[in-house]
Write a protein that binds this ligand. Structure first.
Ligand SMILES: [Zn+2]
Ligand SMILES: [Zn+2]
Length: 318
């Protein structure tokens, strides 16, 4: 089969390699679509701490079951599946509480097992038992289904911060993740959504998700504009959907008294210290949520929302 093999930084090659065997309790998947995520681009330019070349990456996967293991239950040849890469242990205290996204021993397809930039991939037994391998709803293309992974984390984040009816929501970072947050906040009942980005081109692309207002953060008056938009109160929720300490600092300014702030984007390794005004946190009674990963129910919900076009996956595909 053909695969895109990662050999070294900026050295990915399409090669003929051996087709993987079907695991006895797993599946062999014929890959039909695999998303190229920001993380993959980072691996291309800087490598990945959990991946040693030669290796196959690609973790936003959709495909058809080609072969079912002898002892695999519940799956059939020809099933159309969306595969999000996260595989939980099911045994740690967090998994036992159903908070899979906190799993201590989490593993990922494309890191612990070869990923989806190949014609075929083996889906391990663990991924079927405690992972995010779900049947693609009728009427959804493989490309659309492959996009179901990133919104899963956004759903978990907004769940935890209780984004809800009537909220004003400011999203800093208007990339795809910011746009998923915009669509999800709308589904959850947010009445005013402001998207902020440094780059005007990004804001132009975000326009199609119909936020109420788009603001350039390079404009020094942008904090004042948000303040005016929220009757001088600030936003109920601020989502930092980018890797920027400045955005994190601004978020505390933007949030109203009692507001919720979600730190959705991680910071680059070695540059992850951020100085925050602790008095804003204290006097405004703010809540900050760190948000990373998701549980299986979020992936299933993500697929449903995409199939109902509440999340318009086509708009993200380039
Ligand atoms: Zn991804
Ligand atoms: Zn666990």
């Amino acid at each position: 089969m053909r695969a895109l093999v990662y050999h070294a930084i900026q050295d990915f090659r399409i090669e003929e390699i051996e087709k993987p065997a079907c695991p006895p309790e797993g599946l062999l998947l014929k890959v039909k679509a695999c998303g190229l995520c920001g993380g993959d681009v980072r691996t291309y330019f800087g490598g990945h701490k959990s991946v040693t070349p030669p290796w196959i990456i690609g973790h936003e996967i959709a495909g058809i079951v080609e072969e079912v293991g002898d002892q695999t239950k519940g799956f059939h040849k020809g099933d159309r599946l969306a595969v999000a890469p996260v595989v939980y242990c099911g045994k740690c205290p967090f998994c036992l509480q159903g908070k899979y996204y906190l799993c201590q021993n989490v593993k990922e397809i494309a890191q612990h097992w070869p990923g989806g930039f190949a014609e075929f991939m083996a889906i391990p037994e663990e991924a079927l038992k405690l992972g995010n391998v779900n049947v693609i709803p009728e009427g959804l293309s493989f490309e659309e289904a492959a996009i179901s992974e990133p919104p899963s984390s956004c759903l978990n984040a907004q769940d935890r911060a209780q984004v809800g009816m009537g909220d004003s929501v400011v999203i800093i970072g208007a990339g795809p993740v910011g746009c998923f947050h915009c669509e999800i906040a709308r589904i959850r009942g947010a009445l005013k959504i402001v998207m902020v980005d440094l780059l005007n081109e990004r804001l132009k692309l975000a326009e199609r998700f119909s936020p109420d207002l788009l603001l350039e953060s390079s404009d020094s008056g942008y904090l004042k504009k948000i303040n005016d938009e929220t009757q001088g109160l600030g936003a109920d929720v601020v989502i930092v959907a980018c890797s920027s300490t400045k955005a994190q600092q601004d978020a505390l300014e933007i949030a109203r008294n009692g507001g919720r702030v979600i730190f959705f984007g991680g910071l680059p390794p070695g540059k992850s210290s951020s100085s925050l005004d602790a008095n804003l946190l204290h006097y405004k009674n703010l809540q900050i949520f760190g948000a990373y990963s998701f549980s299986p129910q979020h992936h299933r919900l993500s697929l449903k929302l995409i199939s109902k076009r509440k999340i318009d996956a086509k708009k993200y595909i380039t």
